[in-house]
Design a protein around this ligand. Structure first.
Ligand code: HEC
Length: 476
């Protein structure tokens, strides 16, 4: 049977971002502990490891585990965390592990439903039998990593694209890997693997030195990984929560990236691995995109609860729910004066901060006093998109806004007067992601059909077109 979390993750893939994430066989590795027979020896590899991976790894795996405790291997468990070993093999009584997962209510897993009594019993039986490790050498490492094929059967949909500030490098998210493309040169693609089943967002830091890759593995963890662009090495990786993270944006000072979470929160993830991730609970459902205002003071967020909200980037305090759309919001953007949001409702609306954030105005007098609906005063629609909008991008000076979606063109607007200034026609729909370089002279898009295209702006001249990953040559 699927647990609620698991079902939630499936939901996230099939409905909320469909057809964004149409990846099959996501859970191939999830051997369910519930299928282990009631009697006989409990296998670490078959039962205990998948249980810990599923329920604990969101916080107890990877480079920066909570409480100093990693639960990746038997050796990690015997070593324990800040308070020492989790248990003595053969003696589950009075052990830290069982203290933590039982109790009223159990302390672990934190912020999640308690382990079922069957699962706790399974752990207990395994510890009584001596906590044996029956995994083959290298097997766990292989099972824990996401498999990235040398060549794909079909071009994977590009779920996110990014352009370096100078526009010379394009990055594409192809399922679990990031591919860096030299736009002008002839150097071959650089493939950077991640441990995420799915990547939902890529973005270069404002100075171009780092590339953030955001995603996760449904039902297990969300991850933000910062690659050094120069050599492709990992500068820092943060894993938290228990589900895939969504899109977001770098803070203008480049010190953190704010991303949306399936927990209704905006997560501010610092580049510095020693600094804490901050979590602002702002929405009642998944936050699908987040953007900073250019001064770094405001955060705009939107998501499955159909709301567009503005909050303080410093405190996470909600300043105003700007709008309630009839449909979910998939993308947000900001310049110095306006928040912009778009999504399924085929609307593209700018909300003027100055008016929206002023105190509530009253109309009428005496008993008839009412707060005036100010939405009419601060909402400024752009021309309506012909179809669902999947993604928007702004130039670094926030003067240009590029809009992509289920339609066969990319529309580029002047933020100031909301007029269309360029159109790139005949792009392969649907387009899941669009990016601009810093000065808005280059635009990249990633399409469902797996193509990455780079154009010059405002001319619309095509600079590069390719499928970034190798595809198996068809059988002869
Ligand atoms: C959402 C995050 C989260 C999840 C999921 C989680 N933990 Fe924890 N765990 C923590 C944090 C945070 C601490 C640090 C101690 C504290 O702050 O109370 C911790 C500490 C512990 C400790 C004590 C470590 C020590 O040496 O002090 C144990 C044992 C533990 N967790 C077991 C588990 C187990 C087993 C699971 C899965 C069934 C689990 N945790 C899932 C967040 C989590």
């Amino acid at each position: 049977m699927l647990g609620p979390l698991f079902r939630r993750a499936v939901w996230s893939l099939t409905l909320a971002l469909a057809p964004l994430f149409d990846s099959p066989a996501l859970f191939a590795d999830e051997a369910s502990p519930a299928t282990v027979p009631a009697a006989g020896e409990v296998s670490y590899r078959q039962a205990v490891w998948p249980l810990l991976k599923r329920h604990c790894w969101g916080c107890h795996s990877g480079a920066n585990p909570q409480g100093g405790l990693k639960l990746d291997s038997v050796a990690d468990m015997l070593k324990g965390g800040e308070s020492g070993p989790l248990f003595q093999p053969g003696k589950p009584e009075a052990s830290l592990l069982f203290d933590m997962v039982s109790g009223e209510p159990p302390e672990m897993p934190r912020q999640q439903p308690p382990l079922s009594s069957e699962k706790i019993e399974l752990l207990r039986r395994w510890v009584i039998a001596g906590a044996k490790d029956d995994s083959a050498p290298g097997d766990l490492a292989a099972a824990a990593t996401v498999k990235i094929p040398a060549a794909y059967k079909f071009a994977p949909s590009i779920t996110s694209v990014a352009l370096s500030p100078d526009g010379k490098l394009a990055a594409a998210a192809c399922r679990s890997e990031v591919v860096l493309i030299d736009v002008d040169g002839t150097a071959g693609p650089r493939r950077l693997p991640t441990v995420c089943d799915l990547l939902s967002h890529l973005e270069f830091s404002p100075d171009g030195a780092l590339l953030a890759a955001v995603g996760g593995t449904p039902g297990l963890y969300g991850e933000v990984r910062f690659f050094k662009v120069a050599d492709g090495s990992v500068a820092a990786a943060r894993r938290f929560g228990h589900d895939t993270l969504f899109r977001g944006g770098f803070a203008p000072d480049g010190k953190a990236i704010a991303v949306g979470g399936p927990d209704g929160a905006v997560h501010v993830v610092p580049v510095d691995p020693a600094a804490d991730v901050r979590r602002f609970e702002l929405h009642t459902d998944w936050v699908l995109d987040v953007a900073y205002s250019p001064d770094g003071k405001l955060l705009v967020s939107g998501g499955r609860d159909k709301a567009t909200k503005v909050s303080s980037a410093e405190t996470g305090q909600l300043l105003r729910a700007l709008d309630a759309s009839p449909e979910m919001i998939g993308s947000v953007a900001s310049d110095g004066s306006f928040a912009v949001s778009a999504g399924r409702a085929r609307t593209l609306i700018a909300f003027e901060y100055k008016i929206a954030l002023e105190g509530i105005e009253l109309t009428g007098d005496g008993n008839g006093v009412q707060p005036a609906s100010k939405r009419d005063q601060y909402a400024r629609p752009f021309e309506g998109p012909p179809q669902v909008v999947y993604d928007m991008a702004t130039s670094a000076d926030r003067k240009l806004l590029a809009v992509a979606g289920a339609f066969g063109e990319i529309r580029v607007y002047n933020m100031l007067d909301r007029q269309r200034v360029a159109t790139i026609a005949n792009v392969p729909p649907p387009v899941f992601s669009v990016a601009l370089n810093a000065d808005g002279t280059r635009l990249a898009l990633g399409a469902k059909n797996g193509q990455l295209l780079v154009y010059e702006l405002p001319s619309g001249k095509l600079l590069k077109s390719l499928v970034p990953v190798p595809i198996e040559s068809p059988a002869k």
